[in-house]
Design a protein around this ligand. Structure first.
Ligand code: NAP
Length: 280
């Protein structure tokens, strides 16, 4: 039976992966900050050496973009050093490492999607710390999958749940009309992670649901699919609700998956429909 060590299992993506991991197929070790702090190299090394997982999945991270701006050291500690520690142990015990990264490593000023060969150029502390994490993964372990995704919503408070709650309260929603991305359900991302981790096709992947929209279009689709009559005010990021500092255009092009003809994600609207059915 393959052993899987899932870090950050209580986060949005961690929960989605945990739901899909079949305990009959895998021996699963779930840890989060309370059980094991990935920034502590000794804890990471001893957990890995004792349990000897075949696959390590890193869903742990400091993901609040505003908090990262305010606390740069902690952002780099978790997103860069944490990733480094996991890649050192992965290399040492010859485990595969799945590391989740983000569209924020790009600085979207062009209106063209970024593929895996575009040069990262992050503008935020969050993006810079995530890029540093990717670099450590590449440096310390050969058997890695770096999976970049964007606008992920799952089983914790997120953009979708906030839009629904605010509209149901009858409040006006101020939504950004100047940020573009590909909304991706944590479930779809988790399905892809389970698929790719069982291959030997190592490297960096862009994986999002298909299609592109603005935050405003995303919010409108959420309300439409929920049959809620909300009032949306179209504003810029500076005035918007639920939107942090973020480059305006960081759409990811899944070039590698297209070339390999490997994996077909659903459209973001289809994935949203499935998500709403599940969480209702
Ligand atoms: N959400 C997105 O749109 C998105 C898009 C692309 C990539 N990603 C990446 O995907 C990963 C997971 O994202 P997510 O949305 O699932 O984030 P999330 O819901 O914030 O979950 C992250 C988890 O990591 C835990 N954590 C934080 N510091 C830790 C530490 N030092 N040691 C161990 N665990 C720690 C958090 O615990 P606490 O809650 O207690 O702090 C939380 O349970 C992150 O690396 C993120 O950068 C996310």
């Amino acid at each position: 039976m393959l052993k899987v060590w899932l870090n950050g299992y209580s986060g949005q993506i961690g929960q989605a992966i945990n739901k899909l991991l079949d305990p009959l197929q895998y021996e699963i070790f779930c840890t989060d900050k309370d059980e094991l702090d990935i920034t502590n190299v000794d804890s990471v090394m001893s957990f890995g050496e004792i349990n000897r997982p075949d696959i390590i999945i890193n869903c742990a991270g400091m993901t609040n973009v505003d908090e990262c701006e305010e606390n740069k050291e902690e952002a780099f500690r978790v997103n860069a050093i944490g990733a480094r520690n996991l890649s050192i142990i992965a290399g040492k015990i010859s485990a595969k490492l799945v590391h989740i990264s983000t569209d924020d490593i790009f600085n979207g000023t062009k209106e063209k999607p970024f593929d895996e060969f575009d040069e990262p150029n992050p503008s935020t502390v969050y993006g810079k710390s995530k890029l540093a994490g990717e670099r450590y993964v590449k440096e310390f372990t050969r058997k890695h999958f770096i999976i970049r995704s964007s606008w992920v919503y799952g089983y914790k408070e997120n953009f979708v749940t906030k839009v629904i709650r605010t509209a149901k309260n009858g409040e006006v929603l101020k939504i950004a009309n100047d940020q573009y991305g590909s909304p991706t359900s944590a479930h779809e991302l988790a399905q892809f992670i389970l698929y790719i981790m069982n291959t030997n096709e190592y490297g960096t992947y862009h994986m999002t649901c298909l299609g592109v929209c603005s935050r405003e279009e995303f919010a409108k689709e959420i309300l439409k699919q929920c049959n809620i009559d909300g009032i949306i005010q179209s504003v810029s990021t500076k005035q918007a609700d639920f939107t942090s500092k973020h480059p305006s255009y960081t759409v990811l092009d899944d070039l590698i998956l297209r070339i390999l003809n490997d994996y077909q994600a659903p459209t973001w609207q289809e994935a949203l429909k499935d998500y709403l059915k599940e969480v209702k």
